[in-house]
Design a protein around this ligand. Structure first.
Ligand code: GLA
Length: 390
């Protein structure tokens, strides 16, 4: 859908009284560093060229009217900026409503309300952060409409707060940060302990980043995501009896091995092991990318998947079948699940010349094992949330 069509739809739904502005915010794929963000470790995502678009105009009567062309069956969701509350019936609209709520909590003046029409080409429920892209599209739009001058990194935190405190999903900062701060042809190495970040050029020389969608829907609100987070936090608490650390991400592999017996529950010990080793793998992977050692990067991706499967236990049958099928293919440097897990996508580094054969072979094997037909997308790293001007 192009800009003209989106504005036309806006007129149809909300009337043509005011001229809306157009904004977008991208989805993301995480190359490595999974379930490390809320453990104070590093992540290495890039924003994608899949986006949520929003045409929006401010109001002055404190009303919010939200409509999504992706969920026409839900209709227009109306709310009052002073009485915002999560309600399952509001469905997808809980994300933008949560953002307005989080802005109000911070004392940001959005009390006039707004009309907002959304449309996105992000595959939904695929673990590519469709929800973060809705949150950031909302945040960047309100920031501009109400002249708030809030920095992009703060908009990311507002998105995370909406998700944590309004929607009830205890996610870390990765998805919102990637959506806010994405940069064309770059990945972002983010230290989630300090929010220091650097951009790494994705100079892949004949290698493609291929996203393989299992098409097994994932829903992190109903998955074991919050439980994993609680287990990691409990393991950290036990380590803190002896170690002066604030997060698992501060530990080297060696320090973990020397102190792991402090964690009494073997399951929690495995969870912490993943968080520590995955963080170290992420740092090694960024170094490997910088030095053009893509084979090494791929091996670290494979090790990441194995750790997420065996120690963190967030993969499941479909993601494992997809990764295993990918590992066997000629021209594959590495493959791993990406995002929260329990369904969603695998990300693979594949020599560009082998991509077609890869898709055919993997689709066949994956379908035979699971009954699902997969989708494939070549990832193009793109810019973060922004206004699309004429
Ligand atoms: C989801 C969360 C992120 C992150 C990943 C796992 O995408 O929203 O904060 O924890 O899972 O790495």
């Amino acid at each position: 859908m192009n800009k003209g069509e989106l504005k036309e739809q806006f007129g149809k739904i909300f009337g043509a009284a005011h001229t809306p502005r157009l904004f977008c915010a991208p989805a993301r794929v995480n190359l490595i560093g999974e379930h490390t963000d809320y453990n104070g470790g590093h992540v290495f995502p890039c924003a994608l060229s899949f986006n949520t678009y929003v045409t929006a105009a401010k109001r002055s009567d404190g009303k919010l009217r939200l409509y999504s062309l992706n969920f026409p069956q839900i209709g227009v969701v109306e709310a009052d900026v002073n009485t915002l509350a999560f309600d399952k019936k509001q469905d997808w609209a809980n994300y933008p409503l949560g953002v307005v709520w989080a802005m109000r909590q911070r004392g940001l003046d959005v009390k006039g309300g707004a009309d907002m029409l959304f449309w996105g080409d992000v595959p939904l429920g695929a673990g590519l952060s469709s929800s973060a892209s809705i949150e950031l599209a909302t945040a960047v739009a309100l920031n501009a409409l109400f002249d708030l001058h809030v920095a992009q990194t703060e908009l990311a935190k507002i998105g995370q707060e909406a998700e944590n405190k309004f929607v009830g999903m205890n996610c870390g900062i990765m998805d919102q940060f990637a959506s806010a701060m994405g940069k064309k042809n770059h990945a972002i190495l983010l230290d989630c302990n300090t929010l220091k970040y650097e951009y790494a050029p994705l100079d892949l020389k004949g290698v493609s980043i291929l996203i393989c969608n299992t098409n097994k829907p994932h829903n992190l609100i109903e998955s074991k995501y919050n439980e994993r987070r609680a287990q990691s936090e409990h393991a950290l608490k036990q380590l803190q009896a002896k170690l002066p650390i604030k997060a698992l991400g501060e530990l080297s592999e060696k320090a973990f091995e020397e102190n792991k017996e402090l964690i009494t529950d073997p399951v929690e010990r495995k969870r912490a092991k993943h968080a520590v080793y995955e963080n170290q793998r992420t740092l090694k992977a960024e170094q490997a990318l910088k030095e053009g050692r893509l084979e090494e990067f791929g091996k670290l991706m494979n090790a990441s998947h194995v750790s997420l499967r065996d120690d963190y236990e967030v993969t499941g049958k479909e993601l494992d079948a997809m990764a295993e099928a990918a590992w066997k293919q000629p021209g594959v440097l590495g493959a791993r699940m990406t995002g929260g897990g329990f369904g969603g996508c695998v990300v693979a580094l594949v020599k560009t010349q082998d991509v077609d054969a890869f898709k055919q072979n993997v689709a066949k094997e994956y379908r035979a094992k699971t009954g699902y037909t997969p989708d494939f997308y070549i990832a193009a790293a793109d810019d973060g949330a922004r206004e699309l001007k004429d």
